[in-house]
Design a protein around this ligand. Sequence first.
Ligand SMILES: NC(=O)c1ccc[n+]([C@@H]2O[C@H](COP(=O)([O-])OP(=O)(O)OC[C@H]3O[C@@H](n4cnc5c(N)ncnc54)[C@H](OP(=O)(O)O)[C@@H]3O)[C@@H](O)[C@H]2O)c1
Length: 266
Amino acid sequence: MARSLTGKVALVTGASSGIGWELAKQLATEGCKVGVIARRAEPLNELASQIATTGGQAFAVPTDVGQRDQVEGAFASVRARFGPIDLVIANAGVGRPTLRDPVNMGDVEDTFRINLMGVVYTVSAALPEMLARKSGHLVAVSSLAAYRGLPAESAYCASKAAVSVYMDGLRMHLRGTGVRVTTLCPGFIKTPMTATNKFHMPQLMEVDYAARKMIRAIKAGKKVYNFPWRLHMLIKLSRWLPDRAMNWVMGDYDAEAQQAVADRQK
Ligand SMILES: NC(=O)c1ccc[n+]([C@@H]2O[C@H](COP(=O)([O-])OP(=O)(O)OC[C@H]3O[C@@H](n4cnc5c(N)ncnc54)[C@H](OP(=O)(O)O)[C@@H]3O)[C@@H](O)[C@H]2O)c1
């Protein structure tokens, strides 16, 4: 049965744009008080004031989720403002290609620090209080990319596979404690992260539609939510395809990846 979110305290990481921004807005509409976290203060404050103008409550705490002390500090600030945190959505992430020669090591290290350790720091900061209260809900935004390594996306796919497996273990470890765990694995969503992709993105979703589906899955207490289901099936089936077929599907992705990294370094 779907649980109501009215009156709950939620914390969303990566709320300064894209999915996190939309999740925070929709949670506020559902009646949550929302702590919003990301590195950039300006868009976070803009989000908080947009939520306030519609009668909701949001509190912005600029934070780098790859820095454990900052994450702990952000949780303390949101608790001081709104009280115990009921729902945490570890959504912050970066999508950077992985080059092969030379490997863009800084991007690879950032990818694991933000996408994986950012989730670990976020759920760890929430856990002691949730365990003490015997209630709470930990959610991570992984990806359908967790199910298949892709050329020039090695680090991103590996970081998301690690998030999904981490959350699987955590869910089982927390059985019987009253703390629930949900892993969200979306396909392609229109956000700043995908805006510069030149390749075809099958079943590309609007961000408000995707956030609605995510919130429905959270309210239903799903363990793992993969969507859209057709793309999920295709990606699972693609694990049986030979590498050369995947390379053909991905096209000239190596050149695109090099261009994307060069553009970001400008
Ligand atoms: N868009 C898709 O198709 C898609 C599909 C599957 C999964 N996902 C996942 O969904 C999540 C959100 O992605 P999005 O598409 O909404 O991308 P986005 O628009 O680029 O948003 C990424 C968010 O993460 C924040 N962030 C990045 N590094 C951070 C750090 N070190 N500390 C705190 N916040 C940080 C960014 O804020 P600041 O820059 O202000 O820090 C921003 O708010 C990511 O985990 C992504 O991997 C996206």
